[in-house]
Ligand binder design. Structure first.
Ligand code: GDP
Ligand code: MG
Length: 597
């Protein structure tokens, strides 16, 4: 296809503003997919994505569109994940396209993820077409939202397209805007091959599939290619495009987006952002690379049934094949036995992986408290990256500890502003900005990631009845007074419950933790002390009193069936418990104990 007849774009939006529905409508109204094959949310492939209504991996579709001027165009849509955990994935797929549709729900207006995502598009020098969605709803207020887009984002929204992705109204106008308002890609067909490695994933039938955007040159089946950063060389086996089903083509030229397979063994062998060129005739100007996504949240994953450790290893290795941003290493815990310490891009990423292990591989897991990565500076000058609070070195050897900080952007209706400020303040936040986005307060806070990682988002939703929106980015490390708090159950330290806390909040956290554990741990035949300690010093304590009656006592000896049933129940319950010394702790305790109220 001639460059002048290609348009590459992405859709940016806050969650639920209608990105997937709009993509569906664009696919449907251009007859890209036969009507009988059309199912909702074509681009959200994984079950978990559909259930949670989020897009995790970037997906791509090629749309053929005959415009009203009679000309035929190829439109490539790269779908990007909308969630904060995947901000890096958004930024890299944006580099592969020239424009964005900015979808804003016209009943809601600009939200935090609208801002985060549109700034990424602006950073990538995109031409941006504003689209006001959900105009079929009575609460739609396009004039107000257009004004808000101009005020807050500073782009012209006077020509914003008014759309109902639900009814199909405004879809032709959207397609015309893509053709006439977004720029065509540039590139030189005769230059040496220069292609961007946009994404890669493991396909059970095809092996590693690589999504590429051709900048210059032409890529054909059988070509010998070289990945410029890694130096790896491969022969191209297969080349194709997504319609959205994988369809092979003979070649990809400048401006085009498609996939290749090349008997690559592992997703890890492909570096996102790498430049692909021909081995024989190399480009002399590789693309600037991307920052790789680094895991920011770590937690331990242990099988509830220790006999399933090898199954867990297998599951984790398979998932890691497909997700280069997920890291893992073996870990052994005195309390939990063998498992893995895993690194994630954020909490949602953690939940997605954990869910997949439990669902797709049918392994019940104990998840230890998520922790951020601390920088521990030792007195001898060494710096240790601490992924697991249990590994915190002895305080006497530690000079100081630094923790990761984020810049959080929150949009909230006036009524809840006070609650949001209080929440941020309680989480050791430092206010950076308090302005108005149209009529809504926009709050920017510098917050410790550790205070956000666990339940900040849930708390924010609950104090604002769901009306606040939130987004964040990492801004670096800062020193603070951080210590490791250990938890002892029946005088035995439970390493999986130890956590890093701010010294000033340690007593409060310790007390809350002991109280929670007292409720979560079932009573035993003996008294159980539950303590929180820093170094050797106990800072909080609760006692779980002894249980006298055994579970079958109320069966009056008579009903054998009932007695058996109760014992079976008890046994099943036990499976979900882990033994710590003489005490059994239910798996929920590891997560619940850390939730702050
Ligand atoms: P995404 O999170 O941005 O991908 O949003 P979705 O496309 O999943 O849409 C979120 C919800 O809004 C879904 O329940 C859609 O059915 C609904 N929705 C999307 N577009 C429209 C629209 O134009 N009108 C109405 N009434 N609902 C819409
Ligand atoms: Mg979606």
């Amino acid at each position: 296809t001639a460059l002048s007849h290609i348009r590459n774009f992405s859709i940016v939006a806050h969650i639920d503003h209608g990105k997937s529905t709009l993509a569906d409508r664009l696919i449907q109204m251009t007859n890209t997919v036969a009507e009988r094959d059309m199912k909702e949310q074509m681009l959200d492939a994984m079950d978990i994505e559909r259930e949670r209504g989020i897009t995790i991996k970037a997906n791509t579709v090629r749309i053929d569109y005959t415009a009203l001027n009679g000309e035929s165009y190829v439109l490539n849509l790269i779908d990007t994940p909308g969630h904060v955990d995947f901000a890096y994935e958004v930024s890299r797929s944006m580099r592969a396209v020239e424009g964005s549709l900015l979808v804003v729900d016209s009943t809601q207006g600009v939200e935090a993820q609208t801002l985060a995502n549109v700034y990424q598009a602006i950073d990538a020098d995109h031409e941006i077409v504003p689209v006001l969605n959900k105009i079929d709803l009575p609460a739609s207020d396009c004039d107000r939202v257009a004004e808000q887009i101009e005020d807050v984002i500073g782009i012209d929204a006077s020509g914003a397209i008014r759309v109902s992705a639900k009814t199909g109204q405004g879809i032709t106008e959207t397609l015309e805007a893509i053709v006439h308002q977004l720029p065509a890609p540039q590139g030189d067909r005769n230059a040496a091959l220069k292609a961007m490695l946009v994404d890669s994933w493991y396909d059970p039938y095809l092996g590693v599939v690589v999504l590429v955007r051709i900048m210059d040159g032409v890529l054909k089946k059988g070509d010998q290619i070289r990945m410029m950063q890694t130096g790896a060389r491969y022969g191209v086996d297969r080349i194709g495009v997504f319609r959205p089903a994988m369809t092979t083509v003979d070649e990809l030229g400048p401006g085009e987006i498609g996939f290749i397979t090349a008997s690559i063994k592992q997703v890890r062998d492909t570096k996102v952002g790498d430049t692909i060129t021909h081995d024989k005739k190399q480009t002399d100007k590789p693309l600037p690379g991307f920052k790789p996504s680094v895991p920011v949240v770590f937690c331990g994953l242990f099988p509830v049934d220790s006999a399933e450790f090898e199954d867990l290893r297998d599951a984790i290795e398979k998932l890691a094949l497909n997700d280069a941003s997920f890291s893992y290493e073996m870990e052994s815990s005195a309390a939990l036995g063998f498992g893995f310490r895993c690194g994630f891009l954020g909490l949602l990423h953690l939940e997605v992986i954990r869910d997949r292990i439990e669902r797709e591989y049918d392994i019940e897991l104990i998840t230890t408290a998520p922790s951020v990565v601390y920088h521990v500076f030792m007195k001898d000058g060494e710096m240790i990256e601490l992924h697991n609070p249990a590994d915190m070195p002895d305080l006497s050897k530690v000079d100081h500890v630094e923790e990761p900080r984020i810049k959080a952007t929150i949009l909230v209706p006036d009524d809840y502003l006070g609650d949001v400020l209080k929440l941020c303040q309680d989480r050791r936040g430092i206010q950076q900005e308090l302005t108005y986005a149209g009529s809504r307060p926009l709050v920017v806070y510098d917050l410790p990631l550790n205070e956000v990682v666990f339940d900040f988002y849930d708390r924010l939703k609950s104090v604002t009845k769901g009306y606040a929106s939130f987004d964040y980015q990492m801004i670096g490390y800062r020193q603070d007074n951080l210590v490791k708090m250990s938890v002892l159950v029946n005088d035995e330290p439970v390493d999986a419950l130890s956590m890093m806390v701010h010294r000033d909040r340690a007593e409060m956290r310790g007390r809350a933790m002991c109280e929670k554990l007292k409720d979560l741990i079932p009573r035993h035949m003996f008294k159980i002390p539950i303590q929180a300690a820093i170094g050797g010093k106990v800072i909080a304590r609760e006692t779980l009193s002894a249980l006298r009656k055994d579970v079958t006592a109320k069966c009056y000896g008579g009903d054998a069936t009932r007695k058996r049933k109760l014992l079976e129940k008890q046994k099943a319950g036990k499976k979900k418990m882990r033994q710590f010394g003489k005490v059994e702790i239910p798996q929920e305790a590891f997560i619940s104990a850390l939730k702050m109220d």
